[in-house]
Design a protein around this ligand. Structure first.
Ligand SMILES: C[S@@+](CC[C@H](N)C(=O)[O-])C[C@H]1O[C@@H](n2cnc3c(N)ncnc32)[C@H](O)[C@@H]1O
Length: 192
C-alpha cells in the first residue's frame, strides 16, 4: 500500500489550490488529511458538519465531496480575503454556509448547537474554548484535528501546548481517541 490517492479529487480542488498558491496562504490543509476528511464525511449521511478554520476552502471542498445531499456544513474563518476564494469556488453549494467570524465570538453565540462532525482547524475549538466545542459534538460524532506532529515553524512553547492538548483529549471519559502518525499528525475522537 502507498499513500497515493487514486480516487477523483473534488471538482473545485485544483482551482482552489491554484488560487491558494497565488494568494500565498501559508497554512493550507494537506491533501492526505483532506482525503481522510472526505472518507469520514461519507459516514455521516444527513449529518450536521462544522469546520472551524475554512482558510481558502481546500478542506471544505473535500468534506463537501464526502457529504450526501441531505447534509449541511457551517465553515467559518475570520479572514474575508481567504473566505472570498472559498466563496468563488464553493459558494454555489447550497449545503454550505460560509461564515466570516472570529472563532471565539461564533462559538460563544452558538453554544446550543450540536454537530455530527467537527473539523477543528484553528485556535478556537483546539487550543482555545475546547470544552465548549467538545460539548457541541453529538453522540457518535467525530472531532478531528490535524497538525499534531511537530513542525519546524512551531513557535517556542507550542510543542508543550500540543502535548497537553493530546493528554487532555485522552483523559476525557466521554471521548474515544485515536492518534495517527500520518500526514501532519491526525487525531480522530468519537463522542460516547
Ligand atoms: C490551518 S488554517 C485552516 C486551513 C484550512 N482548513 C485549509 O483547508 O486550508 C487556520 C485558519 O484559521 C483562521 N483563523 C485564525 N484565527 C482565527 C480566529 N480568531 N477566528 C476564526 N478564524 C481564525 C485563519 O485565517 C486560517 O485560515
Amino acid at each position: 500500500m502507498t499513500d497515493g490517492i487514486y480516487q477523483p479529487v473534488p471538482d473545485s480542488y485544483f482551482d482552489i489550490d491554484n488560487a491558494t498558491k497565488e494568494n500565498g496562504f501559508t497554512m493550507p490543509s494537506d491533501i492526505l488529511t483532506c482525503s481522510l476528511l472526505r472518507t469520514l464525511a461519507t459516514s455521516k449521511p444527513a449529518g450536521k458538519f462544522l469546520e472551524l478554520g475554512t482558510g481558502t476552502g481546500l478542506s471544505t471542498s473535500w468534506i463537501l465531496d464526502g457529504m450526501d445531499n441531505d447534509s449541511t456544513i457551517i465553515s467559518l474563518d475570520n479572514d474575508e480575503t481567504l473566505l472570498q476564494i472559498a466563496r468563488t469556488f464553493l459558494g454555489q453549494d447550497k449545503r454550505l454556509d460560509l461564515v466570516q467570524s472570529d472563532g471565539e465570538e461564533w462559538i460563544k453565540s452558538n453554544k446550543g448547537q450540536k454537530f455530527d462532525y467537527i473539523f477543528a482547524d484553528t485556535w478556537h475549538g483546539k487550543y482555545l474554548l475546547l470544552d465548549e466545542v467538545l460539548e457541541m459534538i453529538s453522540k457518535g460524532g467525530f472531532y478531528i484535528v490535524d497538525d499534531m506532529l511537530p513542525q519546524p515553524n512551531w513557535p517556542e512553547g507550542h510543542q508543550e501546548k500540543a502535548i497537553n492538548f493530546v493528554k487532555y483529549l485522552e483523559n476525557r471519559s466521554d471521548l474515544v481517541v485515536t492518534k495517527q502518525h500520518w500526514a501532519t499528525g491526525i487525531i480522530i475522537a468519537v463522542k460516547k
